[in-house]
Design a protein around this ligand. Structure first.
Ligand code: NAG
Ligand code: NAG
Length: 527
C-alpha cells in the first residue's frame, strides 16, 4: 500500500487521502503492536514480524513532511539587475560561501557574487567579474574549490576565475585561463564531480569540449554527436559518463573518453519544447519534457534498456520548462518550473511507482531563476535538507526546506555522508581512464571548510596540443596576439571594430544610468 502514489493537480485531495491511509496504517500498527507485544518477551523473532507489519502498511519515508518556508525579510538581497536572457539558464550559482548571479552590465558580459551573509541593497558600484565581450550565459562553481568559478559566454569562450577569499573590492577582469575552442556561443559549463580541474562546456555549435583547466587544453572534443542544440548536460556520480538532452528530442548517454554513445532514446518526450536530463546516483537517468499535447512530463530511464521508460508521468499543461535539482543523499528531486511559483518534490525509489510525489512548496510570485545550495552548505542544526535561492526580477529570496524534528541532536538519518570538497582524482588520472566516487564527509558537526589551494594553470607548449582552437568564432572574440604579417591589416580592422564596440558600450552605459535615474524619479513620484 503506497499512500497516494502519484496524482498531481489533485494534490489537495490526495494529501487528505495520504493522511487517511496513514491513519489506517497507524491503527493497524498500533493494534498489531498490542497484539504482538506480549510475545516479544518470549520470541524475539516476532519483533521483526511486528516491524514488518508496519513496513508492509506504509512506505516508510522521512520526507513525507518536508516543510518549506522563506527566510525573513532581512535575508533578501535586492536591487540586482538580473540579466534575463531567453536562454533557459538558472542565472545564478551557489556554493557554501557565495551566491553568484549573471547581471545586466553595459551590454552584458558580467556576473557578480555576494558572500552568503550579505543582506540588503546592492550598490550600483558593486564590483563585478567582467572579462567576457558578450553576455555570460552560464556559470558554475568548482566543487573542489569554493573560490573558483567558470563562466561560458556568447563570445564563444569559457573563462575560469579565481576570486579572493573575502570577495572583491575591485572588479575582476582577468581570468586565470581563457578556454577557446567553440565556434558559437557557450551555453553550458559543468565541472567534473570528482576529478580536479576537469571542466565540460557545450555550445550552440552542438559540440561538447572537455578541458584540462590546469593546462588550458581541450582534451576531448565531441563535435559529431549532436545534430541540434544541447539543452543540458549532466555527469554521472563518478564522472565516467555524461547524459545530454538535445533539441533533436534525443536523450544520449555518452562515454566521453571512448567518444562513443552508450545508449540513446529518440523522442524521449515527444513535444517540441525543451527537455532536461540528469543522472541519478544509481545510474538511471531522470528526464523532464513535454508530451505532444504540451503536457509537462517526467520520466525515469535505465540506460541499459532505453526502449521503454521505467516510469513516465504527466504533470500539467503549464509551459515553463521543469528544471530538476537532485539530492543524491536523500534521493529527492525538486522540480522548479520556469515561471511557476511552486517547487514540487519527489522521492525516487527502486520500487513501483519509482517516482513518488511528496509535496509542493507554493508561493505567490513566479520564479525567474533558481539557485541550489550544495549539501555541505546546509544548516544541519535546523534540520535543513535543501536551500533554494529564488530569483525575481530584481531581488532574490532564499527558501529553506526542512524536516522538522523535536530533538536538538544531529539527525543522522537525514544526513548520510555527503560529497565533500576534496577531489578524488587528478585531471590526468581521469583522462587516462580512472574513475572514482566522490570522497564523502560527515556533516555531524556542520561543514568545516579547509583551505582552498590556488588554481595554477601551467600552459603546455601550444604546438604540442591538439589543434582544437583554430575554428573561427562567429561573434567577436578576444583579439589574439599574432606575428603573422598578413594579419596586421586584419588587426587594424579589428581594433577599429573594438573601438566601435567600446563606444556603443559607453552609450549603453549612459542610457542605462539615465534609465535608472528616471526610474528613481518615477519611484519618488509614485511614492
Ligand atoms: C542540467 O540540468 C540540471 C537540472 O536542470 C542542472 O542541475 C545541471 O546543472 C544542468 N547541467 C548543465 C551543464 O547545465
Ligand atoms: C562508475 O559508474 C559507472 C556507471 O554507474 C559504473 O559502471 C562504474 O563501475 C563506476 N566506476 C567506479 C570506479 O566506481
Amino acid at each position: 500500500l503506497y499512500g497516494p502514489g502519484f496524482f498531481l493537480g489533485k494534490s489537495g485531495f490526495f494529501c487528505w487521502a495520504e493522511d487517511f491511509f496513514c491513519s489506517i496504517a497507524c491503527f493497524f500498527s498500533v493494534t498489531s503492536a498490542f497484539f504482538y507485544a506480549p510475545s516479544i518477551f518470549f520470541w524475539p523473532l516476532s519483533h521483526f514480524f511486528w516491524k514488518d507489519t508496519i513496513f508492509f502498511l506504509v512506505r516508510q519515508s522521512f520526507f513525507w513532511h518536508v516543510f518549506g518556508f522563506f527566510l525573513k525579510n532581512d535575508h533578501f538581497f535586492y536591487d540586482i539587475r538580473v540579466f534575463f536572457l531567453t536562454w533557459d539558464s538558472f542565472f545564478c550559482a551557489v556554493n557554501p560561501f557565495f551566491f553568484a548571479i549573471i547581471i545586466f552590465f553595459c551590454g552584458g558580459g558580467a556576473f557578480f557574487f555576494l558572500p552568503l551573509h550579505f543582506t540588503g541593497r546592492i550598490d550600483k558600484s558593486y564590483p563585478t567579474v567582467c572579462g567576457h565581450t558578450g553576455p555570460v550565459l552560464d556559470i558554475d562553481w568548482c566543487p573542489h574549490n569554493d573560490q573558483v568559478i567558470a563562466s561560458g559566454s556568447e563570445d564563444c569562450t569559457v573563462m575560469v576565475w579565481q576570486i579572493p577569499e573575502n570577495g572583491l573590492t575591485l572588479s575582476l577582469t582577468e581570468p586565470v585561463v581563457i578556454l577557446e575552442g567553440h565556434s558559437k556561443r557557450v551555453g553550458i559549463v559543468a565541472w567534473h564531480p570528482t576529478a580536479r580541474n576537469v571542466l565540460l562546456s557545450a555550445g550552440c555549435d552542438n559540440a561538447i569540449i572537455i578541458w584540462n583547466v590546469g593546462t588550458g587544453e581541450a582534451l576531448i572534443n565531441l563535435d559529431d554527436m549532436h545534430s541540434d542544440m544541447i539543452y543540458n548536460v549532466s555527469w554521472n556520480r563518478n564522472g565516467s559518463l555524461i547524459c545530454t538532452a538535445s533539441k533533436d528530442k534525443k536523450v544520449r548517454v555518452i562515454d566521453p573518453r571512448k567518444q562513443e554513445i552508450v545508449a540513446e532514446k529518440e523522442k524521449a518526450h515527444e513535444g517540441a519544447r525543451p527537455m532536461r536530463a540528469i543522472f541519478l546516483a544509481d545510474g538511471n537517468v531522470f528526464t523532464t519534457g513535454f508530451s505532444r499535447m504540451s503536457e509537462r512530463q517526467l520520466a525515469l530511464w535505465n540506460p541499459k534498456n532505453m526502449q521503454e521508460p521505467i516510469a513516465l508521468h504527466e504533470m500539467d499543461t503549464s509551459n515553463g520548462v521543469l528544471l530538476p535539482f537532485y539530492d543524491p543523499d536523500t534521493s529527492i528531486i525538486y522540480l522548479c518550473g520556469k515561471g511557476d511559483s511552486s517547487i514540487r518534490y519527489f522521492e525516487i525509489t527502486d520500487e513501483s511507482p519509482y517516482v513518488h510525489y511528496l509535496n509542493t512548496f507554493s508561493s505567490k510570485e513566479p520564479q525567474r531563476g533558481m539557485g541550489y545550495m550544495p549539501k555541505r552548505g546546509l544548516d544541519v542544526n535546523k534540520c535543513e535538507i535543501a536551500r533554494f535561492f529564488k530569483l525575481h526580477e530584481r531581488k532574490c529570496e532564499p527558501i529553506i526546506m526542512t524536516v522538522p524534528r523535536k530533538s536538538d541532536l544531529f539527525q543522522d538519518d537525514l544526513y548520510p555522508d555527503t560529497a565533500g570538497p576534496e577531489a578524488a582524482l587528478e585531471a590526468e588520472e581521469w583522462f587516462e581512464g580512472k574513475n572514482a566516487d566522490p570522497i564523502l564527509i560527515s556533516l555531524k558537526h556542520g561543514y568545516i571548510p579547509g583551505k582552498n589551494r590556488d588554481l595554477k594553470v601551467v600552459k603546455k607548449n601550444i604546438l604540442d596540443s591538439k589543434p582544437t582552437a583554430n575554428k573561427k568564432c562567429d561573434l567577436i572574440s578576444v583579439p589574439k596576439k599574432t606575428t603573422d604579417t598578413a594579419s596586421v591589416q586584419n588587426e587594424a580592422k579589428l581594433d577599429e571594430i573594438l573601438k566601435e564596440i567600446k563606444s556603443i558600450k559607453d552609450t549603453i552605459c549612459n542610457q542605462d544610468e539615465r534609465i535608472s535615474k528616471l526610474e528613481q524619479q518615477m519611484a519618488k513620484i509614485a511614492a
